[in-house]
Structures are given as structure tokens and as C-alpha cells.
Design a protein around this ligand. Sequence first.
Ligand code: IPE
Length: 251
Amino acid sequence: MRIHVVKIGGSVISDKSKPFSIDYAKLEAIAEAIGECIDRGCIDKLVLVHGGGGFGHYVVQEFGSVESSEAFLRVVEVMREMNSKVVEVLRLAGLKAFGIDTHAIAYMRRGKLFLDTATISAALRMGLIPVLYGDAVLDVVDEVFRIASGDELAWELAYAFRAERLVFVTRVPGVLRRGEVVRKFSLSRDLQSMDEVAVRGHDVTGGMRTKLVKGIGRIAGVGSVYIVGHNPRVIKQALCSEPEIGTQVVE
Ligand code: IPE
């Protein structure tokens, strides 16, 4: 299977400082861009992941952590709500979006993420677009609640499925060094020299550096990896050819 994995940043499609609001216009534009790439045939199979933005991040900040079962259950609740809103917009744009609750197929062992991929791979073979999200999950060894970020999930899915492409759609146009977008970023060489973009509003899973670090050990199995902004034209380029502005992440 030729698979693309796309992670849409939570702060792209919602406002991290404004709880429980989806930026519908932004999400619709992204959905249309993806739809065009499917119609053009440059995407065969697609897995989508979205972040927590003004839903999950906000709730974790309110509680201070996901240590308590109350906090865990509330995160699960609001992230499901966000996922069903996202899926609805994707469906209206004509995509065969199929929401899958991350907490039901993902778990951790001592903080390391594991996925049961059977449902996702069957869904892909059956022509659906699985839509997962950053979520709270169980650590089945330590018996604690933890956050699995959408970034880590996207890397893990791309690695597990040996994805042809992994594209991160973010609030910024790529990885920045001295304020300029870096064209090519090496995980083994360049982590020290990047700018950290200040995380805005409520964020409990970290910024660009954490996004990149999660790729260490996972990038090997993935074809190409791009980090781009949310301009629909650039998203289409990142999915089908090469983005005019954005960062290619390499080993
Ligand atoms: C966050 O996922 C998940 C929760 C806080 C429950 P991400 O860390 O991927 O979210 P964004 O993309 O930064 O909003």
C-alpha cells in the first residue's frame, strides 16, 4: 500500500487560547486541498491525524496534568468531540473520513507508544481515510494516564506503515533557523541549531523541537517527510511534489 500520513496541527484548526472552537474555514481549505490530491491520484491511501489545540491542550492545562481519572476522562471526552467535528467537515468536503479513537487502539508501556494497527490497515484497504488524534492513553505497565501527542502518533503510524510521505501541517511555515525556513533538516545533525518557536496559548506537548525528536528512530522507514505551513497551495505541493516553502526532514 502507498500511504501518506498527514498531521494537522491542533493550533492550525483551532485556537489554543480559545477553548473548544474549530477554525472551520481553515479546516475546509485543508480538506479541499487533500481532496484535490486524491482526485489527481497522487495520494493513494491516507491516514490523517489532528492535534489537540483548544480542546485537549486546554483541558490538560486546566487540570494541570492527566494524572487523575477525572482529567483523563475529560481529555478523552473533549478530544472525541473535536474528532467528530473534524470528521464532519472532512465528510462534507467529500472525503471518506473515518474517525478512530486513538485511546482505543494506542497504549503506552513505560511511556513508549504502541499501536494496534489492524483496524487502520483494514480501513485503508477498504478505501476509508482513518482520522486519529493526539489523545490521552493508558500506560498498561505503569498503570498511569499519559498524553500521546498527535506528532508522535503520526511518526509512529508513518513508521508502522512504511509511509511514502509524512506531512506535518503547522502554524509556522517550517523549521526555522535565525528566522528563516530551513529547506532540509537532518535529525542527526541539526537539532542543536534550530530556533524554538514559542508555543502559543495552552500547549502541553511541546513545540517544533519535540515534534522533530519524535522522529528519531522512526524516520528510517518513511519515504519523505515535510513540515509546512497551512497555505493550501503549499500543502498540495507537499503531498504531490515538493513544497516551495517548507522543510524536508531527513535522517
Ligand atoms: C495533543 O496533541 C493531545 C492532547 C493534549 C490531548 P498534539 O500535541 O499533537 O496537539 P497540537 O497539534 O500541538 O495541538
